[in-house]
Design a protein. Structure first.
Length: 293
């Protein structure tokens, strides 16, 4: 994006959304998922496949590049925000969608006989996969709403470090303070707090915001795909993923870094630069419906 600071106001808007929605992706037995009396209140959403789907999205982006330009600068990705958008699009817009639950439930019943009672529906599965609960200590276990709060926290700490207003020794206390302010919890130790990620120890300062930028891009790009493929939701429900993959290959993947900025690519793909309001509208609509708000 032309300037990360352009989106600070958007981060502030997300921070002030009035529902604190948390999900914890646990490694419980498959039978746990649909055997709770109230899927929205009592279940934690076990979604290990989401991680695999996320990484598959990265791979599809790399594999979809135009081989005519292989090895040339134009064949590089359009930046990590776009790269994350391609993984998050498959993880969230596809795998966490109602249509995907229609496709997934019969597969789960086949793979885990007896674990998914006949009385439970794809709608129940959709609710379970998107269930939210607190506390939310760990970024990689956070749902798609509270996840942005984890990113805002890290962005603000990083910005302070770069500006010189935050010292390294200040990070644990500052982290805990921001966790209390933004997510209503205080980590028990630094392993649950400021040491949970690998990014800073690897020198990847400035990477965290690409996750939320990517999430915003993913929603906007998926909306464009739905407009171009009227049957997309039916395709996903039927397990036909090729039309979406082909559309992304044509309109995103093969373009590489042909456009000077990610915003220029977004204009080419969606008709407008990144618009954070589209992301906010998506979150509000989805979770208002799920939680009858």
């Amino acid at each position: 994006m032309k300037s990360l600071l352009k989106y600070v106001d958007t981060f502030s808007t997300i921070r002030n959304i009035n529902f604190w929605l948390y999900v914890r992706y646990t490694r419980r037995p498959a039978s746990y998922l649909l055997q709770q009396q109230s899927l929205l209140v009592h279940s934690a959403a076990p979604c290990p496949p989401c991680s695999a789907i996320h990484e598959c999205g990265h791979s599809l982006y790399e594999q979809g590049r135009n081989l005519e330009y292989d090895g040339l600068p134009v064949s590089n990705s359009a930046g990590m925000a776009i790269h994350e958008s391609q993984s998050l699009l498959w993880e969230r817009q596809v795998a966490l969608s109602r249509a995907f639950s229609d496709y997934l439930l019969p597969k789960l019943r086949e793979a885990f006989p007896g674990a998914f009672p006949d009385g439970k529906t794809a709608e129940d599965l959709y609710a379970a996969l998107n269930v939210v609960r607190s506390p939310s200590f760990i970024r990689v276990e956070a749902d798609e709403v509270s996840y942005a709060m984890h990113i805002i926290l890290r962005f603000e700490v990083e910005r302070g470090l770069i500006e010189g207003t935050v010292q390294v020794d200040d990070i644990p206390a500052l982290w805990n303070s921001k966790m209390k302010e933004y997510l209503g919890v205080v980590p028990e130790d630094d392993a649950q707090g400021c040491l949970q990620d690998v990014h800073w120890s690897a020198g990847l300062f400035g990477y965290f915001p690409t996750y939320t930028l990517g999430a915003m891009c993913a929603v906007q790009i998926f909306d464009a795909a739905k407009a171009a493929i009227p049957s997309l939701e039916d395709d996903i429900a039927a397990g036909r993923f090729a039309p979406l993959k082909s559309w992304l290959n044509e309109h995103v993947h093969k373009l590489g870094s042909l456009y000077p900025t990610a915003d220029d690519l977004m204009v080419a793909v969606t008709g407008k630069p990144l618009d954070p309001q589209i992301f906010l509208n998506y979150l509000k609509a989805k979770y208002t419906e799920l939680y009858k708000l």
